[in-house]
Ligand binder design. Structure first.
Ligand code: ZN
Length: 310
């Protein structure tokens, strides 16, 4: 008799335990992004992103993607490897050595025999600074090269299309901006190809140009990028705008270091909380000053004599 009375209770208990287990698993999967079903590569990318433990898709690290009011920042507005000021490693000698060893693959500047220079803008497109950069370039009738992130091209395709419509060139700057030197060959390939596809969708070509996040290269990475038929583009003038400097300092950093053939590094976007207003103001002064010095602004394909597409 006791057993008969207990039986429904036992079944109820089993049912509850089962539901709890399913709910728990679902929550874990959600945080890891593993339930997404968007393919193994995407899941892998979500797991790998971050690297410095501060920014990324993992629930435990989400505080770095929350605004002061607690609202969430969309993932494409963050740089997976951390903001430039946190993560950039300055190793110019290493890059110069690599450039000498792989002169047909990796470029830091053009020959100095012509007064031609190239402005390059990393980490866009975004809706805050990229349109302002485009306005300034249009005002001075200058064409530039934008090393864009695939996730941001998808995030603001209208701005990406504007870059192309106004005659600028786009290069590949990875999909999520991870620290490539920490990634597997498979992940590097995914980052590059996914970004190629994003650019192809908005601009109609797969880019020939590639710039690694933080300008950080290893010989192994360079060899892989070469096998994927990219021309890897560094720079020899750093505006240091990623330090959120005032306009005067950004202007001085560029104007005092430019020489014929220079490739100038600037940013048309940043981590979601970075302020690049000083860069925009400086750009408006840098262009006329360098034109007065006899410099002509060209895109990277024009400067190097390479096609913009693969
Ligand atoms: Zn970057």
């Amino acid at each position: 008799m006791n057993t008969k009375r207990l039986a429904p209770l036992v079944w109820l208990l089993i049912l509850c335990l089962g539901l709890t287990a399913c709910g728990g698993t679902g929550k874990r999967d959600n945080e890891d992004g593993r339930h997404q079903g968007a393919g193994q590569a995407q899941s892998k990318a979500r797991e790998d992103d971050g690297g410095n433990g501060k920014i990324g898709g993992n629930g435990k690290r989400s505080s770095a993607r929350q605004r002061a009011d607690g609202s969430a920042v969309p993932r494409w507005k963050t740089l997976a490897g951390g903001s430039e000021s946190e993560a950039r490693v300055l190793k110019p000698m290493d890059n110069y050595l690599l450039q000498r060893k792989y002169p047909n693959v990796f470029v830091l500047h053009a020959p100095e025999d012509e007064n031609r220079i190239a402005l390059t803008f990393d980490d866009g497109p975004d809706s805050r600074f990229t349109p302002r950069v485009l306005d300034v370039l249009k005002k001075h009738n200058v064409k530039a090269t934008f090393f864009v992130m695939g996730s941001r091209v998808k995030g603001v395709p209208r701005v990406a299309r504007r870059i192309d419509d106004e005659g600028h060139v786009m290069g590949n700057h990875t999909y999520w901006h991870p620290k490539l030197w920490r990634q597997s060959a498979g992940r590097i390939r995914w980052e590059a190809l996914e970004t190629d596809h994003a650019i192809l969708e908005v601009a109609g070509y797969a880019p020939k140009l590639f710039r690694p996040p933080y300008g950080a290269l290893t010989e192994e990475l360079l060899t892989q990028l070469s096998a994927m038929n990219y021309t890897v583009v560094g720079w020899n003038v750093d505006s240091l705008d990623w330090k959120q400097l005032p306009a005067d300092q950004v202007e001085a950093n560029v104007v005092s270091n430019v020489r014929p053939g220079s490739i100038i590094l600037m940013h048309s976007g940043g981590n979601w909380d970075q302020d690049l207003s000083g860069m925009v103001e400086a750009l408006d002064r840098i262009i006329p000053r360098l034109k007065e010095q006899g410099m002509t602004f060209v895109t990277i394909p024009e400067l190097l004599g390479v096609p913009k597409s693969k």
